[in-house]
Every structure is written in C-alpha cells, then in structure tokens.
Design a protein around this ligand. Structure first.
Ligand SMILES: Cc1cc2nc3c(=O)[nH]c(=O)nc-3n(C[C@H](O)[C@H](O)[C@H](O)COP(=O)(O)O)c2cc1C
Length: 363
C-alpha cells in the first residue's frame, strides 16, 4: 500500500503511480523512447509473444535464484541498469538506489551521468558495483574518469557503444528537458559541463551529449581503453552476431544486448529477438546480459533460456525511487524477484542452471 492507500502489486502499477507523482518533464525523460517509440514497445511486445513450455512433477519445493556475473555471486540474475540523473526522481538519487542494492545484495551499474559521485555510491553499497562509461571527446578527461572509478573500487566498466550521438527523444524536445538548478552531473568538469543548457527548440541533454561524447569511436578504442584499465570491460548496446564476435575478439569480458531501452535508434530490433544469434556467436567466450522491456518474472526466464546470464532492469527502478526512495527501489526489485521465483516453480525449475532453451516454444 502507498500513502494514498492504493495497492501497487506489479511494475506496471509502479509506473502509473510514478506518472502521477513526477512532473511531466521528468516523467517524460524517464519514460520516453526515440521518435515513434516503436522499439520501446517492441521490447515488451516480443517478450509477450514468446510462449513457455513448463515442465511438471519436478519437486520445486526448494528453489535457488542465485547465480554469478563475471564471477561475483548475486542473489538473483537481475542487476540495476545504468540510468542518468537519479536525483530527478528523489533527493537521495543514486545513493538511495545504492542503499537498496546493498540491502538486497543486488548488482548495480552507475551511469557516467550520475548526479552523485562514484565514491559516495561505492561507500553506500558493498554489493557488486560496475561503472557505465561514455567516452568523451576529451580523451584525457575520459582516462582520468576511468582511473577515478578504478580507485573508487568499481569492479567492471560497462562501455556504452550505441550512443555516438544521442537518439532523438521527442518528448524531451517538446519539454525543453534540462536539469533543475539544484541537480548537476557529478563526473564531468565543474562549470557548464555539469549542467544542461535550457533550449527553446531542443532537449538540453541532446545538446550536452553532442558537445561531450566522441562519435568517432571504433573497435580500436576498446584496445585503447584496455591499455590503461585492468577492469573487465563489457560492451553495452550490441544487437548483432558479427558485432558480438568483434567484441569477443577485442577482449570484452561481457556483452550487454541492449537498444538503450528504445531511446537510441527507433525501429532497432527488440533485444530478446537479437539475443539468440548473439548467444550462438559468442558460444560461451564472454558473458551475455540483456536489458530492455523486462517487466515480469517470466521475461527473465525467457532471457536466460535464450542465452543470457542475467538481465538489467531500467525504468522500473526509477519508478520505485520516485515513489519511495530506497524503499521503493527495494520494492520493485523484490516484486520482480518474487515473480521470477514463482515463474521458476511453475516452469518446474529449481535453479537458474535449469533454465534451458527447451522451455521456449518454437512454433
Ligand atoms: C532515464 C534513463 C536514463 C538512462 N541513462 C543511461 C546512461 O546514462 N547510460 C547508459 O548506458 N544507458 C542509460 N539508459 C539505458 C538503460 O541503461 C537501459 O539500457 C534501459 O533503460 C533498459 O530498458 P528498460 O528501461 O526498458 O528496462 C537510460 C535509460 C533511462 C530510462
């Protein structure tokens, strides 16, 4: 129950409640996708179209939802996706998310565009913490940031590769999206790089990203990154088997199958559709994670059965954060965990290892 007495029992309810709570500019920024939002909808629709083939009579009285990601044990195969500007949802922002992660033992990925410094976030959670990296035009600044993240104690770098330029999110253009005066970006240089411009005809984030992000990135830059960091690197935003092979050849420890939650290239393939060809191409040489549209426990079963090690959860974490801070993030993660537990039992599976491809109907 919430303060107003309404009952929130699933992630969709959390989104509706957050829509009522948040100012339209902020809800729009969090919820939107690029252009016609076709990929945003397809991410969900494709999960809905996949049918499960449950096993029966397998004694599911004991179930274990734990697994490992890059060698670290996690209680559930659900990590918190990197998401910018969490202080727009709640005054405690990324700290509240990290505290919830600490309480549940959940892995978390912190965004380059965090509104809380990585050192404070690291101090708030003893659970697995990875850092999502955008490569800046200023390579020295990028290098300094990576060194900072490494000394702060993050255990992996998640390099986002689907954002040479920001996708056009039309809700942000219409709302002149910008940061309020009391919220700034923690990992860029003091001064105007920590703020977003307020523009009459565009999203302030689009203009900021255009100024900051290096659109000339190539596969050679993965080598460059590897030359000065000892952290394992995951590439986030892979949607094709050939790119997955190149990622493995470039030394990536992991691949995150992602279309940025439908916020970059609209009509890009839904992630759960892209997953099988990538799993086949990678053939166990790197760990595969997936995000985009995960809203039900059964979605996680499908992702793992089709080759993912774990999923990342995006927007619903922000809905929890907006509604109840740390408690709300915990609530969202527990809802999804409980749904996964139920779905496992109903699929006749006792452990994550038992989530195999034969659970998926192929007709
Ligand atoms: C508000 C918001 C901000 C995001 N910020 C980042 C970011 O800074 N870096 C990044 O790699 N991905 C970012 N993402 C993408 C997420 O990491 C993730 O790929 C996506 O949200 C997953 O889809 P879902 O929201 O449907 O679960 C952001 C997504 C949202 C919704």
């Amino acid at each position: 129950m919430t303060d107003d007495g309404s009952t929130l029992i699933n992630l969709h309810d959390m989104e509706e409640a957050a829509r009522e709570r948040l100012p339209p500019m902020i809800f729009g920024y969090y919820a939107s996708g690029a252009h016609d939002e076709i990929t945003l909808r397809e991410n969900r629709a494709c999960y809905e179209r996949i049918a499960l083939r449950p096993r029966v009579l397998t004694d599911v009285s004991q179930r274990d939802l734990s697994t490992t990601v890059l060698g670290a044990r996690v209680p559930v195969p659900i990590l918190i996706a990197p998401m910018a500007f969490q202080r727009l949802a709640h005054a405690d922002g990324e700290l509240a998310t990290a505290r919830a992660a600490a309480r549940g033992g959940w892995g978390m990925v912190l965004s380059t565009l965090s509104t809380t410094p990585v050192e404070q976030v690291r101090a708030a959670t003893s659970a697995t913490l990875w850092f999502q990296l955008y490569v800046f035009r200023d390579r020295e600044m990028t290098r300094t940031l990576v060194e900072r993240v490494e000394s702060a104690g993050c255990s992996a770098l998640v390099l986002t590769v689907d954002t040479p330029i920001l996708g056009r999110r039309e809700r942000d253009v219409r709302n002149h999206f910008h940061l309020p005066a009391d919220v700034s970006i923690a990992h860029t240089m003091p001064g105007d790089m920590q703020r977003l411009p307020v523009l009459e005809d565009d999203s302030g984030l689009a203009a900021h990203a255009h100024r900051m992000l290096d659109p000339s990135l190539t596969w050679r830059d993965i080598e460059w990154l590897g030359s000065f960091t000892r952290l394992p690197i995951l590439l986030k935003g892979i949607l094709r088997a050939d790119d997955a092979r190149l990622a493995v050849e470039a030394g990536a420890a992991g691949i995150i199958v992602s279309n940025h939650g439908g916020r970059q290239l609209d009509t890009a393939v839904a992630t759960i559709r892209a997953l099988p060809e990538i799993a086949q191409a990678v053939a166990g040489r790197a760990e595969i994670l997936i995000d985009g549209g995960v809203r039900r426990g059964t979605d996680i079963i499908k992702a793992i059965a089709l080759g993912a090690r774990a999923v990342l959860l995006g927007r619903p974490v922000l809905w929890g954060l907006a509604l109840e801070g740390e408690k709300g993030v915990t609530r969202v993660m527990e809802m999804l965990r409980d749904e996964l537990d139920l779905a496992m039992a109903l699929c006749g599976c006792r452990s994550i290892e038992e989530l195999s491809a034969d659970l998926i109907a192929t007709y």
